[in-house]
Ligand binder design. Sequence first.
Ligand code: ARG
Length: 250
Amino acid sequence: RLLTVSLLGAAIAAGSAQARDYDTVRIGVDIPYVPMEYRTPSGELAGFDIELGNALCKQAEIQCNWVEQGWDGIIPGLMSRKFDAIMSSMTINDERRQQVLFSDPYLVPPSAWFAPTDTSMKGVESDDLKGRNIGVQRGTVQDNYVTDKFGDVANIQRYASADDVAVDMETGRLDIAFLDYPTGQAALLKDGEYKTLGKMMTEPKKYFGDGFGIAFRQRDKALADKFNQALATLKSNGTYDEIHDKYFNE
Ligand code: ARG
């Protein structure tokens, strides 16, 4: 009898997830991450991910709610059902594919090094970075890359948010920052005090993978497909370009 009850319980739990069929999808996001996700001075969520995400939900006829989540807890938050998707400039790579199911890429930006315009650094080889303070957001692909590549020679400073990286660049505590290009550009390149140093990278693939994707739980293939279809539609009907041009004017 106990067995029957627990089987029934499991069937109801599974069935209700099915029946609900995600009329409401909660999307986890780590802010601020200009120009991708942030709050306006009046407190509204804004940014490329937010607008594209809302447009995708509208196209797919899904009700979406944004749930704020610090970056280091964002995959655990998806797994523990705190939310059902992650749309937070998350880079698609094989390591993460072991844990989550990604949508098709919706943006493919490089990563880049940002340093004060008057830096004495000439490049971003081990010799240049020796003894330097490198700022990254903790748990990002940029963190993983510099940790593996320069962990022995440089002082890697890991911050909870990309905003904190920008703040410590401004206080002079950092010599260089390694960030997704759009975020470094929006946070640091606006007033001529900083420049991009070294090359921007989409390689090595192990870290920088295949662009930004929306992450889902592995079993939510049907939900990922809905978002992929919606993305294809918004790309063909001009909505994607409209949102893109609003945030990236180059
Ligand atoms: N693209 C980088 C990564 O996936 C950093 C993303 C950080 N996103 C954010 N909203 N803070 O590792």
